[in-house]
Design a binder for this molecule. Structure first.
Ligand SMILES: Cc1cc2nc3c(=O)[nH]c(=O)nc-3n(C[C@H](O)[C@H](O)[C@H](O)COP(=O)(O)O)c2cc1C
Length: 170
């Protein structure tokens, strides 16, 4: 073993899956941002958590509305992830700019990402401020798969890669 700086060690945790968080500003304009720091954090009830930096537009949206979509990006969505991860919804309507295909949600007043591998509708259940992020915990109130299921998730590790193909249940 050798001791290294924490940032040197963390490089070795990649690749990680990419989550897409959809949330609306109070004026009703939807926004989407990619997040690597997302996880399932309870099975029953089903809860998911995502760490979002204080200055993100998405942070403001979730604080204001108390709801979000937690979607796993498919391997084919690298371009969308790259664009949405380098622009802010405070300055651009990303759905409009990229013509992102959407589908209606069942419970929440938010668009689903029609081409994501999995969409979970989440109501804000809890939040915890960390050093420079807030961990938002969402209770899953509905789940959706695309008509044509996505066989691979998008992984990010400095550059984009697709994960190993998975056997999809019928
Ligand atoms: C692959 C990837 C993973 C990211 N992970 C996170 C994350 O976990 N938390 C976060 O706050 N920002 C993360 N970001 C940065 C935000 O997506 C980026 O700052 C985005 O422009 C914020 O958009 P918004 O201002 O519209 O909310 C990530 C970006 C990329 C490309």
């Amino acid at each position: 073993m050798k001791q290294v700086k924490p940032e040197q060690a963390l490089v070795h945790k990649y690749p990680e899956w990419v989550i897409l968080i959809v949330a609306c500003a109070e004026d009703g304009t939807p926004n989407v941002m990619p997040a690597g720091w997302g996880m399932i954090c309870s099975g029953d009830p089903l809860l998911v958590a995502v760490a979002i930096a204080f200055d993100r537009h998405t942070h403001r949206c979730i604080e204001e509305t108390g709801e979000f979509i937690f979607a796993w990006a498919g391997a084919h969505q690298a371009r969308l992830v790259k664009h949405c991860g380098s622009t802010s919804g405070a300055e651009e309507d990303k759905f409009e700019a990229l013509q992102i295909p959407t589908a209606p949600a069942a419970v929440l007043d938010l668009p689903l990402l029609a081409e994501a591998a999995i969409n979970l509708e989440c109501k804000l259940r809890d939040r915890m401020k960390t050093g420079d992020h807030t961990i938002f915990v969402g209770e899953v109130v509905a789940a959706h798969l695309p008509d044509k299921p996505t066989a691979t998730l998008l992984n990010f590790g400095g550059k984009f890669a697709s994960g190993a193909p998975i056997d999809l249940p019928e």
